[in-house]
Design a protein around this ligand. Structure first.
Ligand code: SF4
Length: 158
């Protein structure tokens, strides 16, 4: 079973109430080989919500208490991001998930690259809070831009 970011399968859960549908990923859900989750909703955040970025590091730094997730208006939403990450990990452990495909660049779901914390559209190396917690627990995290061919093969997609 695979876990996919809810916004990638067309759920309107992004901060702006929109989605980021990738049809090929939604097909995995329809075939019954994937489930979806949105860490920010699992952490208790609403739709819509102000955009947020990690200030002072990346998701690993947030988990260590060395960085924060702040909204564009200066509200500290770090506890909700950590809670969402923990709930996503629990969902993975409960559902025998062996692969995770999360939305690129998000402060929760981003993997390898996130926004720099200045709300200026510039990206830096790093992971979102949920991706960091999953990686800490030995889970392989992909984003929608780097799903490996082997994963599609395993799902009979090619
Ligand atoms: S990127 Fe992750 S946290 Fe953000 S809306 Fe999509 S699933 Fe939710």
């Amino acid at each position: 079973m695979i876990l996919i970011s809810s916004c990638l399968i067309g759920e309107p859960v992004r901060y702006d109430g929109q989605h980021q549908l990738k049809g090929n990923l939604k097909t995995l859900l329809e075939k019954g080989v994937a489930i979806h989750a949105c860490p920010e909703l699992l952490g208790g955040l609403p739709i819509p919500r102000p955009p947020a970025e990690i200030i002072g590091g990346d998701g690993f730094d947030v988990l260590k208490g060395h960085a924060k997730v702040m909204t564009q208006h200066g509200e500290d939403v770090t506890p909700m991001y950590i809670e969402g990450a923990k709930r996503t990990l629990a969902l993975i452990e409960k559902n025998d998930i062996h692969a995770v495909i999360l939305k690129a660049n998000s402060p929760s779901c981003g993997s390898g690259e996130i926004y720099n914390g200045h709300f200026d559209g510039v990206k830096v190396s790093g992971d979102g809070v949920t991706s960091a917690l999953l990686k800490q627990n030995g889970i392989q995290v992909y984003d929608e831009l780097n799903v490996p061919d082997t994963l599609w093969s395993n799902c009979d997609m090619i």
